[in-house]
Design a protein around this ligand. Structure first.
Ligand SMILES: CCCCC/C=C\C/C=C\C/C=C\C/C=C\CCCC(=O)SCCNC(=O)CCNC(=O)[C@H](O)C(C)(C)COP(=O)(O)OP(=O)(O)OC[C@H]1O[C@@H](n2cnc3c(N)ncnc32)[C@H](O)[C@@H]1OP(=O)(O)O
Length: 258
């Protein structure tokens, strides 16, 4: 995908090149513009390559059922997965199961050059523990038309906070990830600017809960999102949250502004 700012930025440079200039300056500017275009094309090519999965093998989808899933997790998964499997026109499908990989891009350095060793070791926080079921076991189902998603989350034994219950930071991590995934799905790359959480009742360690996230409103680059964490039968409210996500261009994530 080509970032809009990159195209618009170069487009502006082009139109400026033709205003109020004498012939030699115009010639010089045209050469510069050609150079700029060539380097833009190189950038675009690099970016389009980077947006592809950078490895030769197909990445593992961590949100598929595995032996660690409790029956309650499998049941909730099957319920939402059935909603995704409506026959017929692909475009009419309301629900989609999102795949979940343990790294996004080989080159997301956050603006700091990372050594090859660190870069190759970088992993998504919620997918960095190898033992299935030990930490964040989750799957996200997206409903783009209704601007909402549901995450089925089984909290593993490594997420303990208060004895026998899930750490508030782990709950916040899941909430941020699910809301961020929704905002990102609606808009492209986003960063969390603000996150507010009310913890209403503790989540027992090992239990399965649902995170219901919805896009509340959009104001320019600002995406206001809500989230409720409930028991799978939705009778018990565990946590409520609101957040602001700001859409950023790809350069922001790479530490450069195009
Ligand atoms: C090829 C691309 C690949 C992209 C990959 C993308 C996603 C990965 C996909 C899958 C991963 C799976 C799941 C995980 C997904 C997400 C969860 C993790 C998300 C995070 O864990 S992320 C880390 C924590 N996050 C930060 O580390 C942010 C630090 N921060 C900043 O990077 C800047 O601060 C930024 C960008 C937020 C804004 O900076 P900026 O310069 O772009 O914009 P600016 O400051 O002008 O703000 C614009 C308007 O937002 C208002 N505004 C800003 N901040 C506000 C606040 N706090 N409260 C109220 N309003 C606020 C302003 O008032 C203005 O409003 P107005 O326009 O009305 O004046």
């Amino acid at each position: 995908m080509i970032p809009r700012s990159l195209l618009f930025g170069r487009g502006l440079a082009l139109s400026h090149a033709f205003s109020n200039q004498n012939a030699s300056t115009v010639h010089q500017q045209l050469s510069m513009t050609a150079w700029n275009l060539r380097s833009s094309l190189r950038n675009i090519r690099t970016l389009s390559l980077m947006s592809l999965w950078p490895f030769n093998v197909k990445p593992r989808d961590f949100s598929l059922p595995n032996a660690s899933w409790r029956p309650e997790m499998s049941k909730a998964y099957e319920y939402y997965n059935a909603l995704c499997e409506i026959e017929g026109d692909e475009k009419r499908r309301l629900w989609r199961k999102l795949p979940s990989y343990n790294r996004v891009l080989k080159y997301t350095t956050g603006g700091v050059y990372l050594s090859k060793i660190i870069q190759s070791k970088a992993r998504l926080f919620t997918r960095n523990i190898k033992e299935p079921g030990a930490a964040f076991e989750y799957v996200v189902f997206m409903n783009k038309q209704e601007k909402r998603c549901v995450c089925v989350f089984q909290a593993g034994h490594l997420l303990e906070g208060p004895p026998g219950h899930v750490h508030g930071g782990a709950v916040a991590t899941m909430i941020d990830s699910v809301m961020g995934t929704l905002a990102g799905y609606m808009s492209g790359p986003v960063m969390t600017a603000n996150l507010n959480i009310n913890y209403r009742s503790p989540i027992p360690l090992g239990s399965v809960v649902l995170l219901h996230s919805a896009l509340d409103r959009v104001e320019g680059r600002k995406f206001f999102v809500t989230c409720r964490v409930t028991s799978t039968d939705e009778s018990k409210l565990h946590t409520e949250a609101t957040a602001l996500f700001v859409s950023v261009n790809v350069g922001h994530l790479f530490g450069t502004r195009f």
